[in-house]
Each structure stands twice: as structure tokens, then as C-alpha cells.
Design a protein. Structure first.
Length: 137
């Protein structure tokens, strides 16, 4: 839901590191709405993957600032039910800082291997919140 709202209502790569950023306020408002309806729900904010082929691409800094803004929202939370998954940290870069086609075949879309890494990392973040379900025989 939150991803859909953010995707549909403005560019995700707007810097959101300061408290008055419209994007940061938007994420905070959505978190407040979720908490008001489902107070005990765990929420995972997932950072953006690196963008731009080279390390000097201006999108890299924008992604870094967005991720910093999201992670700082989590750092201010004390309930332990708001988590941040740093997607950028999951994607190894080439020694020169460039994106590697092993993880993003066209420098935009993730490869199956990268989706596997991402899924495994997300599962590890969510595991403490997933209740084993009893299935009758």
C-alpha cells in the first residue's frame, strides 16, 4: 500500500533527509495512519537500490539521501516495530563503484539472483514477526 502510494504520488528520488521534506512527512503520515488502525503491526521501510550506472551519477546521491531519510525515521522509533532494510547495501558494486550486470541486467531491473538476495534479506527482517501457524493433520 505505502509503496503504491509513494510510487503514484511523486518522484521517489526527491531528497527526504530533513524533517520538513514533503516525502518524509508523507511517509510519516502513512506510518501514523497505519499505527492508528493496526497499532501492533510491524512495518518495514525498504530503501532504494542504487541507480545510475556509474558511481558519479547524480542519482546515487539522491538514493543515498532518500535512504538516509528513511533510516532516520526508523532510528527515531522506539517500538521496535518499524524497521529499515537497506536495499542499497544488498547490491555489490564493481570495484570502481559502477553497477554490476550480475545484479541488474539493464542497470534498472534486478536479476533473478538479486531478487533472491533481496527476498532472503527481507525474510530475515520479517522472521521475528511471523507467527508459526498450526496446521491440523
Amino acid at each position: 500500500m505505502v509503496e503504491e502510494i509513494l510510487w503514484r504520488h511523486g518522484p521517489l528520488l526527491s531528497p527526504c533527509t530533513h524533517l520538513r521534506s514533503p516525502r518524509r512527512r508523507g511517509v510519516s503520515s502513512l506510518l501514523h495512519l497505519l499505527r492508528s488502525r493496526w497499532a501492533s503491526t510491524a512495518v518495514v521501510l525498504v530503501g532504494l537500490f542504487p541507480r545510475g550506472v556509474t558511481a558519479s551519477n547524480p542519482l546515487r546521491d539522491k538514493v543515498r539521501r532518500v535512504n538516509l531519510g528513511l533510516s532516520s525515521l526508523v532510528a527515531r522509533e522506539s517500538s521496535g516495530r518499524l524497521l529499515f532494510l537497506d536495499a542499497a547495501a544488498l547490491m555489490p558494486l564493481r570495484p570502481d563503484g559502477a553497477l554490476d550486470r550480475a545484479w541488474t541486467f539493464d542497470y534498472v531491473h534486478l536479476t533473478n539472483e538479486m531478487y533472491t538476495r533481496y527476498g532472503e534479506a527481507l525474510l530475515e527482517v520479517l522472521r521475528p514477526f511471523v507467527q508459526p501457524r498450526w496446521v491440523p493433520r
